[in-house]
Write a protein that binds this ligand. Sequence first.
Ligand code: NI
Length: 169
Amino acid sequence: MIRPILRYGADVLHQPARPVAGITDDIRQLVDDMIQTMYAAPGVGLAATQVGVPLRMFVADVSLGRNQGELIVFINPEFVERDGMQLEDEGCLSVPGFNATIARPNHAIVKGLDREGHEQVIDATGLLARCFQHEMDHLEGTLFVDRLRGLQKDLIVRKIKKLTRIGRW
Ligand code: NI
């Protein structure tokens, strides 16, 4: 089932998420819904908070479903290591119509559970490393907009407020 994606301003997007206590049928259903929702959007990643569930889990596929085997499900993910630096344009399904250049480590190793509850460790660079860090931010209640400063941030926040006011957000 495709679930509605919440937008910047929804409380659940701005609060830290809780760990998943166990891999139940409900959690597996949520994972499947998140995968369907991400591909339908389409997007390269989706965190549970974006569909209104404050749990530490996300799905990602930087090939947008073009390459088999690139779909990643992470439950209770943690960083093992991060280094390097990349500066790329970034957007978010919860902040449609906006993007900004964000600095992120170029390399990230993340460990956590997969859909079946098995431990996995994924060593990512470039776009996948960026995607992981963007989704990990979601689990802390941080959106890319929150990583901006000054005028750049004010401009986006002001536009979102205006869209909200006229009922188009
Ligand atoms: Ni996002």
